[in-house]
Design a protein around this ligand. Structure first.
Ligand code: PMP
Length: 451
């Protein structure tokens, strides 16, 4: 691009485009992407960056996969749009493929985003209990620090103070419990089995609220945007047990962790024996090439929506949900993930190359390095002993130094005021070994330049 074209774009960006989440600071030039190739993108000034957060942890296969683009184009020529009030071939094939990957029989409802897939799950969970004779079961439990989406229902499940404060009150019936956050155990520093206490807290809350009023528990297997919280495998097993005991549905939000990000096809698969009642997906389902959300519900639950005689169907529709092109893209995306053994590659390289990030624990300002597959969180503190969170400026400095060298890394969202001190690294799952080495070296160098 010519200099004057770039300047015009920057001016128009500031004049007309409302950026998500960001403060509009007069005179600050945004990063405007022009093109991408693999794990890298190039901005309008011609500078290249390795995208160490895969966009918003969704561009799992990187830019420019011709097979995916062709799948979308071919599908659009063949059948440009069709609603799922009826049916079409790519949606049928994709729903069958999702059941196969989930390892049990599920029925899948398609939408357009992660937020929408969670909204759909909440409606299904509430209606399910009505249809099975428990109309009082409507409350939905989620965890503090979790992010489940931006629409009002999904935001009500999102227990992050700063995201909510200007939009509350949320939807009635959402409750929050502490997360299994061993590094800062919400139940006290002396607690050594934080995961177990955190799981048991769900049991207690259900008892206190009355099981007859509780519909579902929603959780990510590993809290991602809320600061990369990685509980033991037993945590979800215990949560599943508790849910079953109280006839409460377990909704697993796999929007980030689904499709290989953590070194298994789905995050819940790290906990043997766990089979969620409902699984929600988006992002990695299409590697971000087109919007698509999915809410997969165990067939036993679906059965209660089709009993003859009564008006028991799900009163829910999404015009663009399960768009034929999005489904075709998802199918091609999954085909590539399988063909290229992406999931085992993530498990291996997430330890071998990215595993070097764990050595950052030697740095005086690193309190903990948490990880699963290609999802890393580095928690910065002022002091290891006191664990006081590092100042914003320190995180900004690391992020800025990386950016200067051509690497984008992220940080956790508005979890708890004063606790946005976790750097997040989540590169495309198809990143080359050279890309990953560059990422690790760049982050190491940045840390060498602070204190
Ligand atoms: N759940 C989780 C765990 C997420 O990280 C996100 C998005 N960051 C969502 C749901 C919402 O997805 P979307 O932005 O597609 O609505």
């Amino acid at each position: 691009l010519e200099v004057q074209d770039t300047q015009l774009l920057e001016a128009q960006d500031q004049e007309h485009l409302w950026h998500a989440m960001s403060r509009h600071v007069e005179g600050s030039n945004p990063t405007i992407a022009d093109s991408g190739e693999g794990a890298w993108f190039t901005d309008v000034n011609g500078k290249r960056y390795l995208d160490g957060v895969s966009g918003l942890w969704c561009l799992n296969l990187g830019h420019g996969r011709k097979e995916i683009v062709d799948a979308a184009a071919e599908q659009m020529m063949k059948l440009s749009y069709f609603p799922l009030t009826l049916s079409h071939i790519p949606a049928i094939k994709l729903s069958a493929k999702i059941s196969e990957l989930l390892g049990a029989s599920y029925k899948t409802f398609f939408s357009n985003s992660g937020s929408e897939s969670n909204e759909t799950a909440f409606k299904i969970a509430r209606q399910y209990h009505i249809q099975t004779g428990n109309p009082g079961k409507y409350k939905i439990i989620s965890r503090y620090r979790a992010y489940h989406g931006s629409t009002l229902g999904a935001l009500s499940a999102t227990a992050q103070a700063n995201r909510r404060v200007k939009y509350d009150p949320g939807v009635p019936g959402f409750l929050h419990v502490p997360p299994p956050y061993s590094y800062r155990c919400p139940f006290g520093e002396e607690v050594t089995n934080c995961d177990k206490v955190a799981a048991d807290m769900i049991d207690q809350m259900i008892n206190w609220e009355g099981a007859e009023s509780v519909s579902a528990v929603i959780m990510e297997p590993f809290i991602s945007g809320g600061g990369v919280i990685v509980p033991s495998a037993e945590y979800m097993q215990r949560v599943q047990e508790i849910c079953k005991k109280h006839n409460v549905l377990l909704i697993c939000d796999e929007v980030v962790s689904g499709f290989g990000r953590t070194g298994k096809m789905f995050g819940f698969m790290h906990s043997e024996g766990v089979q969620p009642d409902i699984v929600t997906m988006a992002k990695g389902l299409t590697s971000g090439y087109l919007p698509l959300g999915a809410t997969s519900v165990k067939s036993e639950i679906f059965e209660t929506f089709k009993e003859a005689g009564a008006d028991k169907h799900l009163r829910h529709v999404s015009t663009y949900g399960g768009h034929p092109a999005s489904c075709a893209v998802a199918l091609k995306n999954i085909e590539i993930i399988e063909k290229e053994n992406i999931v085992s590659r993530v498990a291996t390289l997430g330890e071998s190359i990215l595993g070097r990030l764990k050595d950052l624990i030697e740095h005086p300002n690193v309190g903990e390095v948490r990880h699963k597959g290609f999802l890393y969180g580095i928690e910065l503190v002022k002091d290891k002993q006191s664990k006081e969170p590092a100042e914003d400026a320190m995180l900004a400095k690391v992020i800025g130094l990386c950016k200067e060298k051509g690497l984008i890394i992220g940080r956790n969202g508005d979890t708890v005021p004063g606790f946005n001190n976790v750097l997040i690294i989540a590169p495309p799952l198809s990143s080359t070994e050279e890309d990953l080495n560059f990422l690790v070296e760049t982050v190491e160098n940045a840390f060498n330049q602070i204190n």
